[in-house]
Design a binder for this molecule. Structure first.
Ligand code: NAD
Ligand code: ZN
Ligand code: ZN
Length: 389
């Protein structure tokens, strides 16, 4: 089959690789219907997250049709149209039973690679480094899905492929970020980053009852979508002083919760950005922290900081600001298995709209171009979506 492979920093190529096969009786093989880019991919494509190997098939957000199942698969059958969360989960360990899906204890065969860095390993993920399991990714004609009964979610006929594709990752991530904010009547939620994850966090904050949502980014088209789709007020961090504006907009108190949907490749106008960029380029720190540091400063006393952006190691992390202001920090890789059933309902009732996230469509053969455009945010791209066949 054909698949998009990582061959070194900023070197992606479509190659012919072996078809996946059923390895365990609980596996399914999916014919990939649609697969999409994610901000998380940019981090390892650019070399900021280690343990990729030449020839790794990338991609972790996808939907498709079940074409084969192992002998112990009971709920899922050939012909089912399903969406699959990006984290691979067993459904039976302590973490899965406690709804902490991305922390599944059994699906990372390379646990030892993470233990040194994290203390304990996380779940495995498709197409996302060997430290996260070394599983083949979804930018391919076919993909093996372990634990098919737990991880394949059948989707209703009335929802189209492009709508359900984002239930794989961006929508549950954004919803989880809003859920972490424990939203009360009258709350103001500020969201850094108006990419697909930020957009989903803003819509979810609304669906969970936020009175006001404030979006911070620099791309006019993304800020316009935040206004249109989540009725957000917007701040352009390149032309406005974010902390002053947030103070003004909240009567001097600050947002009740701040969501970081930016991550380790944050951009910024000031000297701190230059410092992070140099240290990141020299591999002396992995993170550029402009957005996260700003969110920490902005959040009101006793508020919530909800971190969705992916991070590694950051210099000058203002732990004292969090401590002295009594801020609650919530963060995780997405627990898709927890949220997908609810998100299907929200799509059906029209409270969640994922349709506008697909701005650019490519064949699999053309997927390297999709990533190049997504990296540089060319032509107002939000997400590049690949159709393998
Ligand atoms: N926790 C999870 O499970 C999970 C899942 C998916 C993605 N992510 C992470 O979420 C983040 C966003 O993903 P995405 O796909 O939306 O990416 P994206 O690249 O499309 O969007 C990131 C946005 O952040 C904006 N930005 C950069 N610096 C900023 C700053 N200083 N202030 C405000 N905005 C700034 C960019 O302009 C861009 O619009 C990434 O770090 C990704 O790794 C986490
Ligand atoms: Zn993702
Ligand atoms: Zn588990």
């Amino acid at each position: 089959m054909r698949a998009l492979c990582w061959n070194g920093i900023n070197d992606l190529r479509v190659e012919t690789v072996p078809d996946p096969e059923i390895v365990n009786p609980r596996d399914a093989i999916l014919k990939v219907g649609l697969s999409t880019t994610c901000g998380s991919d940019l981090h390892f494509i650019g070399g900021y997250i280690p343990t990729m190997r030449e020839g790794d098939v990338i991609g972790h957000e996808f939907m498709g049709e079940v074409v084969d199942v192992g002998s112990e698969v009971k709920k899922v059958k050939r012909g089912d149209r399903v969406v699959v969360p990006s984290f691979i989960c067993c459904g039976s360990c302590w973490y899965c039973k406690h709804d902490l899906w991305s922390l599944c204890d059994t699906t990372n065969p390379n646990a030892v690679m993470q233990q040194a860095a994290l203390g304990y390993p996380t779940a495995g993920i498709y197409g996302y480094t060997h430290a996260f399991g070394g599983y083949a990714g979804s930018h391919a004609t076919y993909i093996r899905v372990p634990h098919a009964d737990t991880d394949c979610f059948k989707v209703p006929d009335e929802l189209d492929d492009e709508q359900v594709l984002f239930l794989s990752d961006a929508a549950p991530t954004g919803f989880m970020g809003a859920d972490f904010c424990n939203i009360q009547r009258g709350d103001v939620i500020a969201v850094w980053g108006a990419g697909a994850v930020g957009q989903m966090a803003m819509q979810s904050a609304r669906a969970l009852g936020a009175e006001r949502v404030i979006a911070i980014d620099r791309y006019p088209e993304r800020l316009a979508l935040a206004r249109e789709k989540a009725h957000a007020e917007t701040i352009d961090y390149e032309t406005e002083n974010v902390l002053e504006r947030l103070e003004e907009l909240t009567g001097g108190r600050g947002p009740d919760a701040c969501i970081d949907a930016v991550g380790m490749e944050a951009h910024g106008p000031g000297i701190q950005y230059a410092y992070d960029r140099i240290k990141q380029a020299l591999r002396l720190e992995s993170d550029r922290g402009d957005a996260l540091r700003q969110a920490i400063m902005a959040v009101r006393k006793g508020g919530v900081l909800s971190i969705l952006g992916v991070y590694g190691v950051m210099d000058k992390f203002p732990i004292g600001v969090l401590m002295n202001k009594g801020v609650t920090v919530r963060t995780a890789q997405q627990h898709g298995q927890k949220y997908i059933p609810k998100l299907i309902e929200l799509l059906q009732s029209g409270q969640l709209d994922t349709s506008y996230l697909t701005t650019h469509r490519f064949s699999l053969e053309d997927s390297p171009r999709g990533y190049a455009m997504f990296k540089d945010k060319e032509d107002q791209i939000m997400r590049a979506v690949f159709k393998p066949s």
